[in-house]
Design a binder for this molecule. Structure first.
Ligand code: GLC
Length: 553
């Protein structure tokens, strides 16, 4: 399978389309939009977890991996969705949350009842010196341990306290997880996204960290046994088929491990998500800060990952948006003065790189962060905890709120903007999370009626990836490596050369093409968000302009 020719769309079911009038999106809503997805031209749709769950972390706390949560519909709805997608030739990618289960899962409940077999499914440990088993912290704030029922023991929970980490050292746990994947393969599922898969390899001794968060993560991230377990998972499940796409969500990973996880030898996964390029607006590594993004870092990280993954046989998932990130348009562009140019430039920057692009719902419309007026509008557990922690640290309410409004995951979770009717056509009742006020200006209906829309630009980007081998299969070479505003690269495939220039600033910037390309005159226009331009010795890029040229053989 040529992963370079695939484009994957991400549907966050809760916010995609509500057909049951409960204010929450559902599986029928995704099925209903099949024509929209077909028009866009994507190959596969990754659907975030819709399995039975208490929804403390919007479904990433799974209580039953085999059934649909009533919030999102029924098992019959799912069967129908699978059938419809199959007919349309669009694959479905399911989200497998295997680092932890909900504490409501039967396994955890049985463990709580004292069942020794299931107790060994989790990390349950004695406290130490009247406190927790060790000093690790949860990624959602507070300690990484929580009291195990009314015993004096604790269970490990690296995320929310209702998400108990699974003990992968136990072969019975691994067998159960294989069963789940094989069950869904049997139902015709062609893609799997594995949630935070690189933190499954905890060392059962649970030694204390130095207290430094970076050091602490190293104790449980990308440990060598993770590769072993992923290979076992591969051999026992999807590795038996050649038409299944897998992606690992890798938290705080490095390029060396990522190249192994996604190596072309096919022993582990098809590709990985890494997040380093989305931490360029963190201050000293802390997400919960108000900091302008550092373009130099963004450009360098993107180039580094492209080159290193290429050099070591790895494969990148390409993305700037997902359900855990604020909208890239707000972070890296100017949504006030250049909303469309921002959206199309960011799209073109990503879509011509080496890897498999992911489009997060609404990205193809140029959706933006909602600018809520108060904390009352936020729903996300991580954002709420972070707000409380900021206040506890002495950050004033106004500053804390400003930070949340920039960094909250709810920024991208606002309901999909389908049209200009009430609630943006997402639902006919008030949705679980407030719709962005700009839905009358930014919505799918208008985009489909306007050939100059962001939507059709994305469609062109997808078409090009299917047509141009230089995009799907070419090598990647960074150019203008130290430029303060331009992120640019060359792709090369059997003599064919593509150059893609992206201006990440509101300034006009001149680029000397004769200094970059040997025979610049031989290049012709391929795509640009300011329309057709001829190749010239000196090219002036407009604010947030993207411009690609190609030299054919
Ligand atoms: C991943 C998911 C995120 C979730 C976390 C814990 O990062 O993308 O939404 O909160 O894992 O499962």
């Amino acid at each position: 399978m040529n992963l370079g020719k695939k484009v994957i769309y991400q549907a966050y079911p809760r916010s995609f389309k509500d057909t049951s009038s409960n204010g929450i999106g559902d599986l029928k809503g995704i099925e209903e939009k099949i024509d929209y997805l077909k028009t866009l031209g994507v190959d596969m749709v990754w659907v975030n977890p819709f399995f039975v769950s208490p929804q403390n972390d919007n479904g990433y706390d799974i209580a039953d991996y085999y059934h649909v949560d009533p919030l999102f519909g029924t098992d019959e709805d799912l069967a129908s969705l699978i059938k419809t997608f199959d007919k349309a030739g669009i694959g479905l990618m399911f989200d497998m949350v295997f680092n932890h289960t909900s504490t409501s899962h039967e396994w955890f409940q049985k463990a709580l009842e004292g069942d020794e077999y299931y107790k060994d499914f989790y990390y349950i440990r004695e406290g130490k010196d009247g406190s927790y088993p060790n000093n690790w912290t949860s990624k959602f704030g507070g300690p990484a341990w929580n009291k195990f029922g009314d015993t004096d023991k604790f269970y490990l929970c690296l995320y929310d306290k209702t998400q108990a980490d699974l003990n992968w050292h136990n072969p019975n746990v691994r067998e159960e997880l294989y069963k789940i994947v094989n069950y869904w393969i049997g139902k015709g599922i062609k893609g799997f996204r594995f949630d935070v898969l690189n933190v499954i390899g905890k060392d059962g001794r649970f030694i204390d960290s130095s207290g430094d968060i970076g050091e602490e993560k190293k104790l449980y991230t990308d440990t060598p046994i993770v590769h072993e377990w992923i290979r076992d998972l591969n051999e026992n499940t999807f590795g038996k088929y050649d038409d299944i796409i897998t992606v690992g969500e890798m938290s705080s990973t490095d390029v060396h491990n990522s190249a192994l996880y996604s190596n072309a030898d096919g022993r582990e996964l098809s590709m990985v998500f890494n997040f380093h390029h989305l931490k360029v607006d963190y201050k000293d590594g802390d997400k919960w800060t108000d900091q302008a993004y550092d373009f130099d870092k963004l450009r360098d990280i993107l180039n580094h990952w492209q080159r290193e993954m290429q050099g070591h046989g790895g494969w990148n998932a390409l993305f700037l948006n997902n359900h855990d990130q604020p909208r890239a348009n707000n972070r890296f562009g100017d949504v006030k003065n250049y909303p469309k140019k921002t959206a199309t430039m960011l799209g073109q920057a990503i879509h011509m790189m080496r890897g498999t692009p992911y489009i997060y719902q609404g990205e193809e419309l140029g959706m933006t962060d909602p600018n809520y007026e108060s904390m009352d509008y936020y729903r996300d557990i991580e954002s709420k905890n972070a707000y409380e922690e900021l206040l506890a640290k002495g950050v004033g309410e106004a500053s804390a709120f400003k930070i949340i409004s920039k960094k909250s995951r709810d920024n991208s979770r606002t309901p999909m903007q389908w049209d200009g009717s009430s609630y943006a056509g997402f639902s006919d009742v008030s949705p679980w999370l407030k719709v962005n006020d700009n839905y009358k200006k930014i919505n799918a209906k208008d985009a489909l009626d306007d050939e100059d829309s962001v939507f059709y630009y994305y469609k062109k980007l997808i078409d090009l990836r299917k047509k141009e081998l230089v995009i799907s299969d070419g090598l990647y070479f960074p150019i203008l490596k130290d430029h303060p505003h331009i992120f640019a690269y060359i792709r090369e495939y059997e003599g064919e050369v593509l150059i893609n220039l992206n201006n990440f600033s509101e300034k006009k910037v001149e680029v000397r093409m004769d200094e970059i390309l040997d025979s610049y005159e031989e290049f012709t226009y391929l795509l640009g968000n300011y329309g057709k331009k001829d190749m010239e010795k000196t090219i002036t890029l407009n604010p947030y302009e993207s411009l690609a040229f190609i030299k054919r053989v």
